[in-house]
Ligand binder design. Structure first.
Ligand code: B3K
Ligand code: ZN
Length: 864
């Protein structure tokens, strides 16, 4: 059926304890010589050797130093099969590959003048013949030979092990990676790279050279990323007791890169957008994203590399865990509440939608056709939330002990989620067998909570019912163990301290553990009906259902001192007003009052106030609807924004002005916070001012990209008279910088108007369109389909047809990028007519026209 199934896992019949690769690097044709030590698994004798290999031109094949006769091997373009060996031997192959023709950017490819690799998940088979699976983990010796002038820098995994000059202007560099490492973590980078560098000593006393490499003048924009590497390294030492384990840690910035970045052992390769930054060209958001992605990849050195995966079904074992670790890193270094807000926004807008749509899958899926389609919000973000739930259930101390145990027991191994849970069960003494359901069960759990107050006795009960809706292929769901945090407020806002009577076990950090589908919590003799609040800090990734009215939520927002919880309550108020789950007028008034009070509160963190001004976005609102009427939803949101802006115009002006000085240059938290709130105020004020005078002035005088782009967005999105001039100026000034060019393009592609499709048509006919560059494709098509509801969901279906046509074209260039774009259709079945019909037509038009496994898999799942 084309699926790989989790239950079919079998360990490799042949192991590869050591691999030596020699590359003769050239852009057009590179020759790869692989010398592999192959050893049969004594437990599974009698298997032929089967190696993966794709688009390889096999030149030579030898075993133990002698040519292998033609009747002993067969290569069908996908697998190299070798027969007749029963004991260990050494295989040597030579194959030719064509980097310059590799538009898929998987395997060895060119990016401008550079030669780079991307192997995860299954790209190594496009470099040489190998057992391309994560549970085959050799140590490595890698020799790179190339023309010295074109490729002065030659990098690979591990430690440098010598260089030498060769004839004909060529040179050679050797690298040794002593750690058992699967081939998906293999990497090389070659070319005219320059670096920023810093040497430090790890807590274990190892001297390590940290380098961040980029092309030409870009190197001056690598300092921030270098600092982030050091911060991540120190944080992992302090927080998890994990030290770095090689002599060098290299990071390379690439303009052409399909994903965000890649954690190759000792040689991380990054999309340039997550490395290059200075205040002129990068926004504050960019800086924070760079720091968190740099940390994410660095932290993989333990969660992913030292302990790797048995098979790709375990993907979240490294990705969910590493997202958990990188969000903790960001929370420790900056504001924990703001980081939590960012994560919860992403979950609600995107992961919940994924979990409820056609592509829903468990954190550990049990089958896949194409693993590249499983680098998802569910594997990453929900996977991280599941780790957070585990930490809440066992307590922070036991969790840390469990992590130590996990790393100790599995170092150098290819592990499973069972290994992870076993380490935590042992360290905490808890039974985690029910907890494992979090990994197997798709869908977002719902907690339905009902309250009953008996006036006579003062008894108050809360009944908590857990329910997870069915998802494709999973009709029946079981209850998941999770924390339930709650607070009862008395009518005067005082906290009622009494613990409830309940069969749900108490938790180390407060609240109870829900272990069954239903629990009851009972308080006796309360003087008045209390007002409950739940799921503080979003401790469980669930949808909470409780009958509040607008006044309840407004009161809770006043009682609540924790910023995350206050933000969450205001989001609920706004959603209720927009989705009419609350009385819209009451909710709007209450929200207006709360925002007014926040804008008046000069003691509140301006970054937090800015988060509260950012109402739930279209995706979040749509996710909460059973049927999505796009135009109606957008119109309601716009009119709420208009009304709130009008109500608070003076407050907005005052905050905008009063923060001017604080918002100057510099990456300090107060300056970034001031810029965030100023941009939020500017957006609200611009909607009231057709001439957009403030935005024009901010654009003209901006000294940071944050201020400049904030103003440009206002001008373009509100179609101010100055928009065209500002766009033209911005475009010219940054024409040579692809990353900044992506910013004005994304700004254009997200203009909330059905006509935006015409602008995009012009863009695609211009020299700005670079279909081989993933960042550019995302800036144009990704932004349009994911951040422009009025454009993408045009009533005539033109937005859908445009995206479908691009998917077809890009499928022949970079299938992973094409497949990603198809994801914009994941909730098409919820669209109100005529959109649902139009979406179906656009998808159906692709049937039989897609060629890659990536896009065909997604299309089929979308239409099934
Ligand atoms: N592990 C890589 C993602 C690779 C994606 C391959 N299609 C980046 C990361 O999550 O750190
Ligand atoms: Zn990762």
């Amino acid at each position: 059926d084309g699926f790989v199934h989790l239950e079919d896992y079998a360990p490799p019949a042949w192991r590869i304890p050591h691999a030596e690769l020699a590359f003769d690097l050239e852009r057009e044709a590179t020759v790869v010589e692989a010398t592999l030590r192959l050893e049969p698994d004594p437990g599974q004798p009698g298997h032929a050797v089967v190696l993966d290999g794709e688009e390889l031109e096999l030149l030579d094949i030898e075993a133990d130093g002698a040519p292998l006769p033609a009747d002993r091997w067969d290569y069908d373009g996908r697998h190299l099969r070798i027969d007749g060996f029963a004991s260990a031997f050494t295989l040597r192959t030579r194959a030719r590959i064509r980097p310059a023709d590799n538009t898929r950017l998987e395997g060895l490819y060119t990016s401008g003048p550079l030669l780079l690799t991307q192997c995860e998940a299954e790209g190594f088979r496009r470099i040489t013949f190998f057992a391309d699976r994560p549970d085959v983990m050799p140590t490595w010796r890698i020799v790179l030979r190339a023309d010295r002038a074109a490729f002065p820098v030659l990098l690979a995994n591990g430690n440098p092990a010598g260089t030498r000059e060769l004839d004909g202007g060529r040179h050679e560099a050797t690298w040794e990676n002593p750690h058992p490492t699967p081939c998906y973590l293999f990497a090389i980078a070659a070319g005219q790279l320059r670096r920023v560098t810093h040497t430090l000593r790890t807590a274990e006393g190892r001297e390590v050279e940290l380098n961040v490499w980029a092309q030409g003048d870009d190197v001056v924009r690598c300092h921030y990323a270098l600092g982030a590497v050091e911060r991540a390294l120190r944080w992992d030492e302090q927080r998890f007791g994990r030290c770095y384990d090689l002599e060098v840690f290299n990071v390379v910035a690439a303009q052409d890169f399909t994903m965000g970045a890649m954690e190759n052992k000792g040689l991380n390769i990054f999309n340039a957008r997550y490395i290059l930054a200075d205040e002129e060209s990068a926004t504050d958001e960019d800086f924070l994203a760079i720091e968190s992605v740099v940390a994410h990849e660095y932290l993989h050195n333990w969660s992913g590399n030292r302990v790797t995966l048995r098979d790709w079904f375990q993907l979240s074992l490294k990705e969910g865990l590493t997202v958990f670790r990188d969000t903790e890193f960001s929370a420790d270094l900056h504001s924990r509440a703001l980081k939590r807000i960012e994560v919860v926004r992403l979950l609600r807008a995107r992961q919940f939608a994924e979990d409820a749509g056609a592509l829903a899958h468990a954190v550990r899926p049990d089958r896949y056709r194409e693993i590249s389609n499983f680098y998802t919000l569910t594997i990453y973000e929900k996977g991280a939330e599941v780790v957070r739930v585990l930490q809440a259930l066992v307590g922070e101390e036991a969790f840390r002990a469990g992590m130590d145990r996990y790393f100790a027991d599995n170092d150098g191994r290819a592990a499973t989620i069972e290994d992870f849970l076993a380490a935590h069960a042992a360290a905490s003494g808890s039974d985690l067998s029910d907890f494992a359901r979090w990994y197997a069960q798709a869908g977002t759990p719902e907690l339905w909570i009902t309250a009953d107050y008996d006036e006579a006795s003062g008894d108050y009960t809360l009944q908590v019912d857990q329910h997870t809706p069915p998802t494709p292929g999973q009709a029946h769901k079981e209850a998941l163990p999770m924390p339930l945090r709650f607070v009862l407020f008395a009518p005067d806002g005082g906290v009622i301290d009494a613990a409830p009577e309940t069969d749900a076990p108490a938790l180390p950090g407060g609240g109870v553990a829900l272990t069954q589908a239903t629990h009851v919590l009972r308080w006796r003799g309360l003087r008045a009906r209390p007002l409950p609040a739940f799921n503080q800090g979003f401790a469980a990734p669930v949808k909470l259902r409780f009958e509040y009215d607008a006044a309840d939520l407004a009161a809770l927002a006043r009682f609540e001192s924790d910023p995350f919880n206050r933000w969450d309550l205001l989001q609920r108020l706004a959603s209720g007003a927009l989705l009419h789950t609350l009385d819209p007028e009451q909710a709007t008034v209450a929200l207006g009052d709360a925002l007014g009070a926040l804008l008046d509160d000069d003691a509140a963190d301006p970054a937090f106030v800015a988060e509260c001004l950012a109402l739930p976005d279209f995706d979040t609102l749509a996710e909460a609807c059973d049927v999505v009427d796009v135009d109606e939803l957008v119109a309601r949101r716009e009119s709420l924004l208009d009304r709130l802006a009008e109500e608070h115009v003076e407050r907005l002006q005052r905050r905008y002005e009063s923060l001017a000085a604080a918002a100057g240059d510099g990456l300090t938290a107060p300056a970034m916070a001031a810029r965030a709130l100023r941009n939020a105020c500017l957006a609200w004020l611009t909607r009231l001012d057709p001439e957009a005078t403030l935005a024009q002035a901010q654009f003209a005088t901006a000294t940071t990209m944050t201020a400049r782009l904030g103003a440009l967005r206002c001008l373009v999105h509100f179609e101010a008279p100055g928009a065209a001039a500002a766009l033209a100026e911005f475009r010219t000034r940054w024409a040579a910088d692809p990353l900044v060019t992506d910013k004005w393009i994304a700004c254009l592609a997200s203009r909330p108007h059905p006509d935006t499709l015409d602008d995009i048509g012009e863009l695609l006919a211009s020299s700005w369109w670079l279909p081989t560059n993933p960042n550019r494709v995302r800036a144009v098509v990704g932004t349009f389909s994911r951040a422009n509801p009025l454009g993408f969901h045009r009533r005539d279906g033109a937005g859908y047809r445009f995206v479908a046509a691009q998917v077809e074209k890009l499928d022949g260039i970079n299938p992973q990028v094409a497949a990603r774009l198809l994801g914009a259709f994941e909730t098409w079945r919820k669209l109100a007519e005529p959109l649902r019909h139009q979406a179906r037509l656009a998808l159906a038009s692709l049937q039989g026209r897609l060629h890659s496994g990536d896009t065909r898999d997604l299309l089929q799942r979308l239409l099934d």
